[in-house]
Design a protein around this ligand. Structure first.
Ligand code: ZN
Length: 336
């Protein structure tokens, strides 16, 4: 008979081992079961997660409030305190620069200048910021096989409210908005993001100045703008501030360039303008026949031309990659 090895276990020990294993697994199962059923430990998890309140940043992604402290605005901690008291409430605060306001029902925050941004309460967010790399988080039903998608916004959404609020309050459009459509074009977004990265690298700066500007247009051109962006090749020599693509700070100026369309069904007349995100960077005085901001130079210190350096109302862009056409605004010409 073969000698039993020191490490071989006999029949009795094996039975003991099996019952021990059974008890161990049984206990483990109960532990897991009760954890899932009753959620013990969730409180600890919430306490450990620092980023709870986020705002929708210009890059199209949610940023934690903690990454961008602003004296005029509420901190993430303050928001959480107010929210836990009343998750549908409105909080107002007055500081030296004016009133700021948070509306938890609409999930909108308004700063002392009246600018609105969307906010969100969420635990599971990306820790690493991927600004200007992927499509904005609020794009819907993105179809990568489509060159461009036009998505109508529903009036009650926070996005509609922020865009309409911008058009009416900051853009000073004095006419009723009929509809707003979001332009989703993955390629144009990528060009825009790459341009931004390039300018940041060349000038060794953290950010390049952007504005939301208006361009009045004809309904027939919208499809082409949505698909290809604005086309520099249509720019005329005779334009006052250079041979580029023109944008207005205020909607009433853009309105002078929009063309009417009569809806045959309703007999109503509609007008259109594009609300674009424009990388204006550093501006210089525009002049007729200018083909680029630093005319005659191989260097590019400026990125846009303006009608007036001190009080610009018109911005001229010479590189379409500095433009992302973001929304189509349809409106009527009745007084508000
Ligand atoms: Zn970002």
């Amino acid at each position: 008979m073969r000698q039993k090895s020191r490490y071989q276990i006999g029949e009795r020990e094996r039975d003991h081992f099996h019952s021990y294993l059974f008890i161990l697994l049984h206990d483990l199962f109960w532990l897991l079961f009760t954890e899932t059923m009753f959620g013990s430990g969730d409180e600890e998890m919430e306490m450990e997660t620092p980023c709870m309140w986020h705002y929708l940043a210009d890059c199209g992604r949610w940023h934690p409030f903690e990454n961008d402290p602003d004296d005029d605005m509420f901190s993430g901690e303050e928001l959480e305190r107010y929210y836990s008291r009343n998750p549908k409430g409105v909080v107002n605060r007055t500081s030296s620069s004016g009133n700021s306001r948070v509306d938890f029902k609409a999930m909108l925050q308004t700063d002392p200048r009246g600018r609105q941004r969307r906010i969100k309460r969420d635990y599971a967010m990306d820790k690493s910021c991927s600004c200007f790399t992927a499509a904005p988080v609020f794009w819907e039903a993105v179809d990568p096989t489509m060159p461009c998608q036009l998505v109508p916004l529903t009036e009650l959404t926070p996005e509609y409210k922020t865009v309409a609020g911008y058009v009416l309050k900051e853009g000073l459009l004095d006419k009723p908005i009929v509809s707003i459509k979001r332009i989703q074009n993955l390629d144009l977004w990528e060009f825009y993001c790459t341009k931004k990265k390039q300018l940041k690298r060349i000038h060794k700066v953290k950010d390049i100045e952007e504005r939301r500007l208006f361009h009045g247009t004809d309904v027939k051109k919208i499809e082409a703008i949505c698909k290809y962006n604005f086309d520099l090749r249509f720019a005329k020599d005779s334009c006052a501030y250079g041979k580029g693509i023109y944008f207005a700070k205020y909607a009433p100026l853009a309105d002078q360039y929009s063309r009417s369309t009569r809806d045959l069904g309703s007999g109503q007349t509609y007008f259109y303008m594009i609300l674009a995100r424009v990388m204006i960077g550093k501006s210089t005085q525009g002049q007729q026949r200018m083909k680029k901001p630093d005319e005659g130079s191989l260097e590019n210190q400026h990125h846009s031309c303006v009608d007036s350096i001190n009080n610009p109302n018109i911005f001229v862009i010479f590189d379409p990659n500095q433009i992302y056409p973001e929304y189509v605004i349809e409106y009527q010409k009745k007084a508000l």
